[in-house]
Write a protein that binds this ligand. Structure first.
Ligand code: FE2
Ligand code: FE2
Length: 160
């Protein structure tokens, strides 16, 4: 996954990852860090196989690594983080060797990762949505009672 390795080492990626870290240093709820990005990537990879979607692994990992990369801008400037992340992602993707078509597919999935309407879609949009939601360990979270996720959305039993 040569192009994914390039994302991991890209200056703009690392700069935004660090801004997320600083913005969430005292956060009790879910963080938007490398651990989360990798949880989403690996769960999406499993779901991709289970559901026989045949989406390319590099596309899955690129989407997972970038879907929350602009979260700090939601805290700092009130920009919904799917929009902030979709603005940052194309520059990184281009410089890491993804073409316009691949970038379009990834950015669309980033923009839709909080959109319930794509939850069941059998494409990258649906896959990223499902993997993102499935990644949170609500059953083991100390802040679960105060979290604003609905009971239906919370993972209260272990699936992935
Ligand atoms: Fe998100
Ligand atoms: Fe996420």
């Amino acid at each position: 996954m040569e192009r994914v390795d390039k994302i991991l080492n890209h200056d703009l990626f690392l700069e935004n990852l660090e801004k997320n870290r600083q913005a969430e240093a005292d956060r009790r709820f879910c963080r938007h860090n490398m651990a989360h990005f990798l949880d989403v990537a690996r769960i999406a990879r499993i779901m991709n196989q289970e559901e026989e979607l045949t989406i390319d692994n590099e596309i899955i990992y690129a989407a997972a690594l970038l879907h929350d990369i602009g979260k700090h801008l939601q805290y700092a400037a009130g920009i919904p983080h799917e929009k902030a992340s979709a603005r940052i992602a194309p520059v990184i993707l281009k410089e890491c060797g993804f073409d316009d078509k691949e970038t379009g597919v990834i950015v669309e999935a980033i923009l839709n990762h909080r959109n319930k309407e794509v939850a069941k879609d059998r494409d990258l949009n649906g896959l990223l949505y499902r993997a993102d939601k499935a990644s949170r360990a609500c059953f083991a979270c100390e802040a679960e009672a105060e979290c604003n996720w609905s009971k239906e959305k919370k993972n209260l039993s272990l699936k992935y």
